[in-house]
Design a protein around this ligand. Structure first.
Ligand code: NI
Length: 178
């Protein structure tokens, strides 16, 4: 398994629309395993393939406290939404930023698993919100898009500054060996 690089806002590649998956092969299985490893290491509760620069409709999620509920959603669709509410969200592609977003707190979804088998499920609370957040990634959308333009600009400037500081801290030798 391998840790994958997570793209960060405002990287334009995060705006790519993902295409449906048609091949359920070993390469897909490896990608799913790598995405789980990357998500758990981050640590995060959800990761869309778009965030690791693979623009296919694949999401991994685990909203449990003890990493006991790994879920895979391939080519997901929302069949029904209910109970709009507000929850604080964060995103591995927008590190260190948290803000409130309004979404359905209950959804019914259909997707395929890693073997290509169709399934339907009902999710509520954080699981419902997480799936909608990850499905937005597949459409090239980020949670900061729901915030005001003023807030989004402030976040973009902060992340660009953080990234410059991070790069400045890398010793010359380490940078050359990348
Ligand atoms: Ni995210």
């Amino acid at each position: 398994m391998a840790l994958l690089e997570i793209l960060e806002f405002p990287d334009p590649r995060l705006r790519t629309r993902a295409v449906p998956i048609t091949e359920y092969d070993d390469a897909l299985s490896r990608l799913i395993d790598d995405m789980f490893e990357t998500m758990y290491a981050a640590p995060g509760i959800g990761l869309a393939a778009s965030q690791v620069d693979v623009h296919r409709q694949l999401i991994v999620m685990d909203c449990s406290a003890d990493r006991s509920e790994p879920l895979v959603f391939i080519n997901p669709e929302i069949l029904a939404r209910d109970e709009v509410g507000v929850m604080e969200e964060g995103c591995l592609s927008v590190p260190g930023i948290f803000d409130e977003v309004e979404r359905a707190q209950r959804v019914r979804a259909r997707a395929r698993d890693r073997k290509g088998k169709d399934f339907e499920c009902e999710l509520d609370g954080i699981r419902a919100v997480c799936l909608q957040h990850e499905m937005d990634h597949l459409d090239g959308k980020l949670f900061v898009d729901y915030l005001s333009m003023l807030k989004r600009d402030r976040i973009r400037r902060k992340l660009e500054k953080d990234r410059r500081e991070r790069l400045a801290k890398v010793p010359a030798g380490a940078a050359a060996s990348r």
